[in-house]
Ligand binder design. Structure first.
Ligand SMILES: [Zn+2]
Length: 438
């Protein structure tokens, strides 16, 4: 990039949480099930239904916040974000707005040997939308004869991690995203499978003349679903914006899409502003006021995170930083179980070293043992499971034909309504608003 320009990048990452059930109802949270089999009156937005928050999702969000050195808000609120879209049956999304669960954190990354601290603006909790399949030759909305909706994903707990615009190169963005993904994986709060949409990224990028205090016009690149796409889309967009500025063209604030096949971004739509969504506090949910003792308990439960693990590997096994970055950054769960292996067992091939900047293949770890495989299409197989309360299990059973895995889940001890009420008191000092039973 030309010396006279400076690029400013911020990332918004969406993380589907690996809870057993959805955010506000008892439907099973599972990828790959037959369409519309994990749905109920609540996640389909039927009139008269009321949401009940999933305690495990709040716990996971707080753990993410703690891992990113955030402040955990003593009081946060759910808001309604209103917009009409076919994949959202309620016509609003329960999200968080000005009072998110976690704020003011940071994540430290290494780029070409230099340490960089990337600020985290906020970590908030919301619900995912359903999925639309456009039926036509291209799979895109233009030219489609009709669309199909699958609401299995509607209501799945979704965390948004918003960074400060602290990154200056696509390489830094790639390092940040890789570190974030490794951290989430170490926490065990998500399966972080980008190919299944468990982890998605929107990138904001602008370019300004170096030394300018004012930021350039921001473009948002939506739904980047691999680390490679994030890097390539940012590289392309950086070049496009610099060329436009050099030609004297005025950039517009817009949303753009990354076209993987063509290697370009294309115009999506003009950017919405917060006021377009008519946010207002969700009247059916009490504020979240987590007990400080609970927060400290969660802090004590945090596992060793990739950065700490790298430092330990450097110290204990004498790995140099590049080897430690590779090992600590991509092999979380594997190394967690193999840490007693002698350091001689760690060998890095040439191709593997090429991976250290954040590409996905953890091939270098093959010599340590096979990477854990979960059954395809099944979320949460190896994660701590949420004990599904009686009132939630009832709705899950009615949501569709139970699979063997669901039978297995139902065999877990339920907490019963008394335990659910106790959990509710831990989350909020106010009485639970109402428990809807279906
Ligand atoms: Zn449901």
């Amino acid at each position: 990039m030309s010396e006279q320009f400076e690029t400013v990048i911020g990332l918004e990452c969406h993380v589907e949480l690996a809870t057993a059930t959805k955010m506000f109802c008892g439907c099973i949270n599972e990828f790959g099930a037959r369409p519309n089999t994990h749905v109920c009156a609540i996640c389909l937005g039927h009139p008269g239904t009321l949401p009940v928050p999933n305690e495990k999702a709040i716990e996971y969000t707080i753990k993410i916040g703690l891992a990113l050195d955030c402040e955990i808000a003593p009081r946060s609120l759910f808001h309604r974000k209103n917009y009409f879209y076919p994949d959202m049956p309620k016509n609003y999304q329960i999200s968080q707005y000005d009072l998110p669960l976690c704020i003011n954190g940071h994540l430290d990354v290494e780029v070409d040997g230099d340490a960089r601290r990337i600020g985290i603006t906020r970590v908030h909790l919301e619900e995912d939308t359903g999925k639309t399949a456009h039926a036509g030759a291209t799979g895109r909305i233009g030219g489609a004869e009709y669309a199909l909706e699958d609401y299995n994903r509607a209501g799945v707990p979704l965390v948004e991690v918003v960074s400060e615009p602290d990154m200056r190169t696509p390489e830094e963005a790639r390092a940040y995203f890789t570190e974030l993904r490794g951290t989430l994986e170490a926490l065990g709060v998500s399966d972080v499978r980008m190919e299944e949409g468990s982890l998605r990224c929107d990138a904001n990028i602008s370019v300004r003349v170096a030394g300018d205090a004012e930021l350039g016009t921001k473009v948002e690149i939506k739904n980047l679903n691999s680390i490679r796409s994030i890097y390539q889309a940012l590289r392309y967009e950086q070049g496009r914006q610099i060329d436009a500025i050099k030609r004297g063209e005025k950039l517009i604030q817009e949303t753009r899409h990354w076209e993987e096949n063509r290697g370009v971004t294309s115009h999506g739509r003009s950017k919405e502003y917060a006021f377009d969504y008519r946010y207002f506090p969700e009247p059916d949910l009490a504020p979240i006021e987590p007990d400080p003792e609970w927060i400290e308990k969660l802090r004590a439960e945090l596992p060793e995170l990739p950065a700490a693990r790298r430092r330990r590997f450097e110290k204990e096994y004498g790995l140099d930083l590049s080897q430690a970055v590779l090992v600590g950054g991509t092999g979380n769960d594997l190394l967690g179980r193999r840490e007693d292996r002698p350091p001689g067992g760690i060998r890095l091939g040439r191709a593997d070293r090429g991976d250290r900047r954040g590409q996905e293949a953890p091939a270098a770890l093959g010599c340590l043992g096979a990477r854990e495989r979960r059954r395809p299409g099944h979320r949460g197989e190896s994660r701590p499971r949420r004990a599904v309360p009686q009132w939630e299990r009832g709705s899950a059973q009615r949501a569709g034909r139970p699979s063997d895995e669901e039978d297995e889940r139902r065999g877990e001890p339920g907490r019963g309504r008394g335990a659910a009420a106790k959990a509710s008191r831990r989350l909020t000092s106010r009485p639970a608003p109402f428990r809807f039973r279906i």
